[in-house]
Ligand binder design. Structure first.
Ligand SMILES: Cc1cc2nc3c(=O)[nH]c(=O)nc-3n(C[C@H](O)[C@H](O)[C@H](O)COP(=O)(O)OP(=O)(O)OC[C@H]3O[C@@H](n4cnc5c(N)ncnc54)[C@H](O)[C@@H]3O)c2cc1C
Length: 398
């Protein structure tokens, strides 16, 4: 049975892009899918040899310009990779996904030429990885006012103190882009600066966050800064404009999270329609003959088709610089809530088998929750998107 998602993608992207998607699908099917269950049961992150294989395939350099050693693609290619790998495992897909959309992207958007030359070739080759240091234990949705501080010192440079958390890919990181308070009395949104900080700098301490039950193969770390000395050339973008660096980066990241949501939905739809034809109950009838089961399958199919179409339409606007910030947030909200709501129904029509890891739906059920809260929780993003609907009270909505 052909994958339903492929049918829709074939009409949404051109031949070259579809060929790339097929290569990524083959890789995921042969190199990732057969190993997932044992990785999960053994509680291991994406192993080094799998990361090396992804690097070999060029997955870390998809969005990096050819002049810096990358593949010269854009977010559309990254999203296609996310759909191909995320169909089996969001947590494997997010590894090269976040490396590009959250790690490399701020450097591409705001880095100076010296910074780009110093890092982009190694990032594209998968030899280095940047992580996105926005969230903190006390600052999630309220990210504009970090508790991590960077205090200027007299002979030049800065001292960094505080802690970032939930940093995806922290285990493999060579550098972290730290969003730190530099101008406490500045205007809202103009109080912070971003710094590129090596993970091996004195005073940087990484710890994997224990007990995470989602995105099992992804590394999620806390990174503490204990009086770390950094130089001025570590500043990414403009001084006191760090929040702009972070929120601009998140526009693309949110579309990637939308893609992971649809990858899970696509997987669930294929799994359920196969099961609905094979599972026999009540005098030799496949459960697919029951209207309630058909109802769920069709809702999933409509949601997949509709949201893939919206996602790829939005990607066109993103690539040409015409996408409104709100649109990325809305696409992320809609894809993640629709996919996770339907996933509950998908599990229900599969019954008892859906509770077991071998059946694989439970993985996507868990991982879809991250899509609702990651890169801006859906509720907080709704508040943001509501501002333009009610401009008279928009300014007081936080
Ligand atoms: C697996 C994983 C990976 C992550 N990776 C990264 C990463 O690489 N880098 C990084 O910086 N962060 C990362 N995050 C953090 C993630 O972006 C935050 O969890 C998210 O921004 C929400 O912040 P919070 O969890 O502190 O929730 P809070 O801000 O405490 O919000 C809790 C809830 O309160 C409500 N709420 C809060 N504010 C509003 C509002 N304005 N309007 C309406 N409702 C509101 C919402 O229901 C929200 O879900 C990751 C998180 C997870 C779980």
């Amino acid at each position: 049975m052909a994958r339903r998602m492929d049918t829709y993608l074939a009409s949404l992207v051109g031949e070259d892009r579809y060929s790339f998607y097929e290569v990524a699908c083959d890789f995921a099917k042969t190199e990732i899918a057969p190993k997932l269950l044992s990785w999960e049961r053994e509680h291991i992150h994406v192993p080094d040899d799998a990361i090396a294989a992804m690097a070999e395939l060029g997955l870390f350099g998809l969005t990096v310009e050819e002049g810096y050693g990358g593949q010269g693609g854009g977010l559309t290619e990254l999203v296609l990779m996310g759909l191909a790998l995320g169909y089996h495992s969001q947590s494997v897909a997010i590894t090269p996904g976040a490396a590009s959309s959250l790690g490399t992207k701020p450097l591409q958007l705001f880095g100076n030429e010296a910074q780009k030359k110093a890092h982009l070739p190694a990032l594209a080759a998968g030899e280095r990885m940047f992580v996105f240091g926005l969230s903190e234990p006390g600052r999630g949705s309220d990210a504009a006012n970090p508790e991590v501080t960077a205090i200027p010192i007299q002979d030049g440079g800065w001292i960094l103190k505080g802690e970032k958390c939930w940093s995806t890919n922290a285990k493999w990181a060579s550098h972290v882009v730290v969003h730190a308070l530099t101008e406490p009395d500045g205007r809202p949104g103009h109080r912070s600066t971003c710094f590129i900080v090596p993970m091996d700098a004195k005073g940087v301490h990484y710890q994997e966050m224990a007990g995470k039950e989602v995105w099992l193969q992804s590394s999620t770390g806390s990174i503490a800064f204990d009086g770390v000395r950094i130089k001025d050339d570590a500043i990414l973008g403009e001084r006191n404009e760090g929040f702009k660096v972070m929120v601009t980066t998140l526009n693309g990241g949110r579309l990637f999270i939308a893609a992971l949501s649809l990858a899970s939905l696509g997987f669930a739809l294929d799994k359920c329609r196969q099961y609905a034809q094979e599972r026999i109950q009540f005098e030799n009838q496949p459960i697919g003959r029951f209207q309630r089961v058909q109802d769920v399958l069709l809702d999933m199919d409509i949601a997949l088709h509709q949201n893939l179409t919206w996602l790829f339409r939005t990607l066109e606007d993103y690539e040409t610089g015409r996408m409104a910030r709100e649109t990325a947030a809305k696409v992320k909200i809609e894809c993640s809530r629709r996919a996770s709501d339907l996933m509950t129904m998908a599990m229900e029509i599969c019954g008892g088998v859906a509770c077991f890891d071998e059946f694989e739906l439970i993985r996507h059920f868990r991982d879809l929750f991250v899509c609702r809260v990651g890169e801006g929780s859906n509720f907080a993003l709704k508040t943001m998107c509501t501002r333009s609907l009610m401009p008279d009270i928009g300014k007081i909505l936080q």
